[in-house]
Design a protein around this ligand. Structure first.
Ligand SMILES: O=C(O)CCC(=O)C(=O)O
Ligand SMILES: [Fe+2]
Length: 346
C-alpha cells in the first residue's frame, strides 16, 4: 500500500542525459527515485533525455488510430482474428460487448531489434510472447522507424532508471544488467474513445472509467499522456488522486514484479483512467484520449529473484500465467461473433 499522498511528486532526471553529471547528482537522483517509489510508487519525470516531444508522439499516435478500421484489423491479434499468426503483438480493437469500463483500442510493439530466429515457434505456444512485430504497410503509415526509435530510447531511459535503484536497494551496481537480455518490454499506443455526455456520471455518481483499477505487472512503466487528463492514482486512504497532464512530463510507476523484488519496499500503486468526455469540436475531432505506456520488462528466460518468496520467478512463465486470465488473450475472444451481434442484429 502506498502512502497518503495528495499529489504526485515531480523528479528532474536531467542528470541522466548530461555526459558530465557529477557523482553527487547521480547519487541524489538515485535516492530521490528510491524515496518516491517507496512512498507514492508514482511520479512525474521531467527533463528526460529523449529525442521526441509530446507533439510528435501524439501526432504519430493519431496517425495510427486514424487508419481505416479494416486496415487496423489486418494487424489484429489472433484472439480477434483467428486466422492471424500474431498472438501478442499488434492491434486490439475496442470491445463494447465486454465491460464498458475498459473501452480502448491499442497497438503494441516489442523490441524492434530482437532476434526472433532462435525463439519457440508460435504453433507450440498459445501465446508467443517473443514474436516479431506486425506493422501497417509503409504507404499508409509512415512512422514505423520513428516508433522503433522511440521504443529504443524508452528502453534505454528505463534501463538507466533501473540501474540507479540497485544501490539504494542494497544490491551490486550491475545487479539488473542481465535482466535486460532479450527484454520483453512493450510500447503500447492507446486510444480511449470519448463517451457521450449522457454516459458521464453526475457529481454524486461513481466515476465512469475507460481503464479499470489495476496495478502494472512488470518492472516499471513510463507513460506519455495527452492533455485530456483522467488518470487517477489510489492513495493509502483509499482516495483517487488525479494525475493530470504536466507539460513535457512522463509519468513513471512501479510494477508488481519490481515491488516483489524490492521485498515490498517499492509500491505497485493502483491506478485507473476516467472515460474522456466528447471534444468541444466533436464534429472535427472524433478522438478521445491518447496515452502511450511503455511497459519495461525483463527477458523471457530471466530468473528474477523475489524477496521473501519461495524462489526466483522465470519471467516468461510469470507473463503467461497473467495473460491466461486476460480476456483479450483467450483463444477466441468472442470478438467476431459478439461484434456481429451488436452491429449486424438481423
Ligand atoms: O492511459 C493511461 O493513462 C494509463 C494506462 C495504464 O495504466 C495501462 O495501460 O496500464
Ligand atoms: Fe497501468
Amino acid at each position: 500500500m502506498s502512502t497518503n499522498f495528495s499529489s504526485l511528486p515531480v523528479v528532474d532526471v536531467s542528470a541522466l542525459g548530461a555526459s558530465g553529471a557529477s557523482t553527487q547528482d547521480t547519487t541524489e537522483l538515485s535516492q530521490k527515485l528510491y524515496d518516491v517509489f517507496a512512498t507514492t510508487g508514482f511520479a512525474y519525470l521531467v527533463n528526460a533525455p529523449l529525442s521526441f516531444n509530446h507533439d510528435e508522439v501524439f501526432d504519430l499516435t493519431r496517425e495510427f488510430f486514424a487508419l481505416p478500421q479494416d486496415r487496423k484489423m489486418k494487424l489484429a491479434k489472433k484472439s480477434f482474428r483467428p486466422g492471424h499468426y500474431n498472438t501478442y503483438r499488434g492491434y486490439f480493437p475496442t470491445q463494447p460487448h465486454l465491460t464498458p469500463d475498459n473501452l480502448k483500442e491499442g497497438f503494441e510493439i516489442g523490441n524492434p531489434t530482437a532476434d526472433h530466429g532462435t525463439r519457440i515457434p508460435a504453433s507450440t505456444q498459445k501465446i508467443n510472447i517473443s514474436e516479431p512485430n506486425v506493422w501497417p504497410d509503409r504507404q499508409i503509415f509512415s512512422k514505423q522507424e520513428r516508433l522503433e526509435e522511440m521504443y529504443n530510447e524508452l528502453q534505454s531511459l528505463a534501463s538507466k532508471l533501473l540501474s540507479l535503484l540497485a544501490v539504494p536497494l542494497g544490491k551490486e551496481t550491475d545487479f539488473f544488467d542481465s535482466w535486460l537480455d532479450d527484454s520483453l518490454s512493450t510500447l503500447r499506443l492507446l486510444h480511449y474513445p470519448p463517451v457521450t455526455q449522457t454516459a458521464l456520471p453526475g457529481p454524486d455518481e461513481a466515476a465512469r472509467l475507460s481503464c479499470s483499477p489495476h496495478t502494472d505487472s512488470g518492472i516499471l512503466t513510463l507513460l506519455h499522456q495527452d492533455t485530456t487528463g483522467g488518470l487517477e492514482v489510489l492513495n493509502a486512504a483509499g482516495e483517487w488522486i488525479a494525475a493530470p497532464y504536466i507539460p513535457g512530463s512522463i509519468v513513471v510507476n512501479i510494477g508488481d514484479l519490481m515491488a516483489r523484488v524490492s521485498g515490498s519496499r517499492f509500491k505497485a500503486t493502483m491506478h485507473r483512467v476516467r472515460a474522456p468526455p466528447p471534444k468541444p469540436d466533436a464534429a472535427n475531432d472524433r478522438f478521445g484520449r491518447f496515452s502511450i505506456p511503455f511497459f519495461f520488462e525483463p527477458g523471457e528466460a530471466c530468473s528474477v529473484p523475489v524477496e521473501g518468496d519461495e524462489g526466483p520467478v522465470v519471467y516468461g512463465e510469470y507473463v503467461r500465467t497473467k495473460m491466461a486470465t486476460f480476456v483479450e488473450f483467450q483463444e477466441d475472444s468472442g470478438y467476431d461473433t459478439a461484434i456481429r451481434r451488436i452491429y449486424e442484429p438481423y
